[in-house]
Design a protein around this ligand. Sequence first.
Ligand code: PEP
Ligand code: MN
Length: 334
Amino acid sequence: MILTLHAGADADTVRRLLTERGLWTQRFDGSPVQLFVEPHSAAVDPDELRRLPGVARVAVAPSTHPLLDSQPREVAVAGLSIGGAAPPVLMAGPCAVESPAQIDELAEQLAAVGARFLRGGAYKPRTSPYSFSGHGASALQWIRRAADRHGLYVVTEVLSPDDVDAVAAHAELLQIGTRNMQNFALLHAVGKSGKPVLLKRGMAATVEEWLSAGEHLRAHGCPAVIFCERGVRGFDPSTRNLFDIGAIALLAHVHRLPVVADPSHAAGRRDLVLPLGRAALAAGAHGLLIEAHHQPGRALSDGAQALAPADLTAFGLQPPLRALSLHAQNGIAQ
Ligand code: PEP
Ligand code: MN
């Protein structure tokens, strides 16, 4: 924002009033004097600044993501509020859906510790073409059935525009993975599905690039974007990724967008998932996406970072909900 002052206005007094509102300013001593308010120094209503003594005009730079700005702070996914003042939501499940029995057992255990979403990949993006890449369409049915049996919603990744319809028919929330954050053809196809999206941050993406990817989704019809910080590439292999707590705070408190945290893929090791998840909640995360497995040693992918379902109570999130009939309520295809 740029504030242009009246001729003869006391610029120091105006600056002090802005500082008291938590705003950082730079002064340009032209004629008239202008004050440049640093973007994101604090949330402020331009109309309030227009009313300050000494201020003649306030110019607001157009947002690079107007459609995200128009999204409510608290979004609804199949009737469940996420973001804003809503209680943080727990999304949990295995890295990959491995079998009907595995996902059903986990769904039961995770519902019992307060999870609201069951996660699990049907289509897995794997670095190596020789790694397990998911059971595809069958796994979509298994996760849907398990979620319905235990009163959970489904969040699962979509890898290809060809699979959008199938994934959208089985999940309340469509996940875009880190490797696809800037796959614009996929973002557009997913946006057109009309489903809310969990948009993971690209592993080398700036926050602005991440927001622009969210704007792509909104521009193609996505009703609600929930951002997910999962760590970015660092230089130190001690953890799998560098968990960007600052980005969580920025999205939650400055951009006021729904943001959940995935400490599992950030840490890559189970001993750090709990402290990182707690840190994310303290920074303002509106939920956690946690990998859990009842037999981590036998997991087909990411076993090293999987927690046992019982460990999830330590995050201190909401108490379990008992058997809700969500399936009929949400009109998900059988
Ligand atoms: C996942 O959540 O299953 C996953 C593959 O995560 P990411 O895209 O963050 O690597
Ligand atoms: Mn994983």
